[in-house]
Ligand binder design. Structure first.
Ligand code: NAX
Length: 328
């Protein structure tokens, strides 16, 4: 029998947490043969609700779920963690400037990064979901000097999946026929969903669409502003689809990308495609043997270049701001 994998989830009592925990416990995060132990981190006010969710998890009698522990202390929650899903964050509220938002989240992700550094298992893999995800991931990574930097990632898989869905809708293709879509840059409205390298049943997607106007005026803004559209329609932000993307991200990281395909993830830049080294930016990535690798050598055309650069410039500005605030 396999030893269980310790999965720490922060913000466990939130709406993404509620959609996420049952899927982890059922085996969808790591595989149908991998037992898991859940370690839930909440702020003190969230602990009781997390306990309620834990009762429901018990009531599912999931064969793979070997334990649930609930904490309001990060050092304890990350102790022995093999996978950490950093979902809890300080949301932007009315009147909050970017600096306020970054400072509030620095107060969460700095200490959590240090707690990961000091307590997690050697094979720790971290996915940051809580916004601003890329910069929160950077802050956590910078507080974990003993953990290899490439273990810190930010989630753009929801954007990636949204792009696939929109492309499928436009072309009438099956989702399963679409490959090599890319999200570049920041998980924000500046992100750039790129279909110039994407394929539909092996044929170039941009050529199949042959409609740059649709790309610029419809596809890109629809994908980039989908979060706001969901809030508008549902009265609450994306939760099940975000949880689904977190499951996809980690499952792919651990189990690999399909031959001939890639996915998108916020990973530490090695300087590829003009993205400054050390930033956590979304790239096309393959996964193999438990590691993400940035897809190399793609031709970036004149349509894509300024869009990638604009989103990366936003990441640079966020990094400069958290530096100025002394958060990294
Ligand atoms: P909720 O407000 O429903 O839940 C957040 C939970 O985190 C709350 O229970 C809160 O008590 C807890 N929390 C706050 N600070 C904490 C801390 N220091 N330690 C542990 N727990 C803490 O938000 P939810 O809808 O679940 O969204 C969570 C985060 O995901 C938000 O930051 C949101 O912006 C972000 N998202 C990121 C997405 C992405 O693609 N990267 C998409 C979906 C989502 O918008």
């Amino acid at each position: 029998t396999r030893t269980p994998v310790n999965v720490t989830v922060t913000g466990a009592a939130g709406q993404i947490g509620y959609a996420l925990l049952f899927r982890i416990a059922s085996g969808q995060l790591l595989g149908a043969d991998v037992p898991v132990k859940l370690r839930l981190l909440e702020i003190p006010q969230g602990v009781k609700a997390a306990e309620g969710t834990a009762m429901e998890l018990d009531d599912c009698a999931f064969p793979l779920l070997q334990g649930i522990d609930i904490f309001d202390d990060a050092n304890q929650a990350f102790s022995g963690a093999n996978v950490a899903l950093l979902v809890g964050a300080r949301p932007r509220t009315a009147g909050m400037e970017r600096g306020d938002l970054l400072a509030a989240n620095g107060g969460i992700f700095g200490p959590q990064g240090k707690a990961i550094n000091d307590n997690a298992a050697d094979d720790i893999k971290v996915l940051v979901v809580g916004n601003p995800a890329n910069t929160n991931a950077l802050i956590a990574q910078q507080h974990a000097p003993d953990v290899p930097a490439d273990r810190f990632t930010a989630m753009t898989r929801l954007d990636h999946n949204r792009a696939i869905a929109q492309l499928a809708k436009k072309t009438g293709a099956a989702v399963s026929d679409i490959s090599k879509v890319t999200i570049w840059g920041n998980h924000s409205a500046t992100q750039y969903p790129d279909i110039f390298h994407a394929e539909i049943a092996g044929k170039n997607a941009a050529e199949a669409v042959a409609d740059e106007q649709w790309l610029a005026d419809d596809f890109i803004p629809t994908v980039a502003k989908r979060g706001a559209a969901i809030i508008d329609a549902r009265g609450a932000s994306s939760a099940a689809s975000a949880a689904n993307a977190a499951i996809d991200h980690v499952y792919t990281w651990v189990n690999g990308t399909a031959e001939g395909d890639w996915t998108s993830a916020g990973v530490v830049s090695d300087g590829s495609y003009g993205v400054p080294e050390g930033l956590i930016s979304s790239f096309p990535v393959t996964a193999k043997n438990g590691r993400f690798e940035i897809v190399q050598g793609l031709d970036i055309n004149a349509f894509s270049r300024p869009r990638i650069d604009a989103s990366v410039a936003e990441l640079v500005a966020e990094r400069d701001e958290v530096k100025k605030l002394g958060l990294i």
